[in-house]
Design a protein around this ligand. Sequence first.
Ligand code: PHE
Length: 342
Amino acid sequence: MGIKEELSKIAEEMRGELQQACDLQSLEQLKVRVLGKKGSLTALLRGMGSVPPEERPKIGQIINEHREALTAMLESKRDELARREKEARLKAEAIDITEPRDLPGVGGVHPNSRVLNEVLDCFTGMGFEVVEGPEVELDHYNFELLNLPKNHPARDAQDTFYVDDNMVMRTHTSPVQARVMLSRKPPIRVVCPGRVFRADEIDATHSPVFHQIEGLVIDENVSMADLKGTLDAFAKKLYGADIETRFRPSFFPFTEPSAEVDLTCFNCRGKGCRMCKGTGFIEVLGCGMVNPKVLSMCGIDPEKYSGFAFGIGLERITMLRYGITDMRLMYEGDLRFLKQFR
Ligand code: PHE
């Protein structure tokens, strides 16, 4: 067999094997078998000795051409195999980002926030707007404008944290009333939730920091009946149609007349239980008709307008709502407590 025939035979075999080669390793072996030191093509080159000298350049050229062609074939096959192997690997290593996993612990809404949201929903549903005021408050708003001048005995009832002579940690949310009246014109209908501060000893029912929700309505011809109707609607919406309000006369310098409001005990529904100490009622808020003196100090004409205000103690209704017997639980951040409200 002449060299040319051998060459085409080698090329033919290589084509066949290339087609079958299915991984880089078998491709490497094929390369060694043909082009390696002991490869078939290399053997042909070694056999040049038996070729007549005048034909050697020609034959040598043909062999080199084959060598280049075969090398090119090998390389393109190698590229193809490498690409396919990479694709297969990427596919095998693909991460399914939609696969469900164990989730980190999910938090819950604090019971106080839950009840606050319900209360605010109830009032915004009746057309009230939610407004907030500062926690560090001027004495002027916290006391003076609310008809509690310096040396007024009622100031003692609120154990105030003073920041300096003119500034306090607000002792109630009522200063927001004054701010709203000074900055808006009637009709006014707002609820003002927020933290308040009093120098109380900490125990099961007292905390130096707690929350109130203030309400204020000012318009022409607003009466005590509107106050009662509003609070009735609030109580029924929050706790059910069988809940009633009971007004008891009381005193606040900024309202006249003033009342404290009890709701039918939502634990026993009025029958009398430990929670309501057998009375069937639970005290939840203070309220009254805005004192005309306060109206005029805050720039509203008491001849033309009247209004009512109320202040709900948030912690109290949260505790009663969930049967929480110690207020401290609500501030300590103990997960065993909080997890019950997920
Ligand atoms: N601010 C009063 C308190 O802290 C509650 C209250 C608000 C009373 C509005 C009447 C009107 O106890």
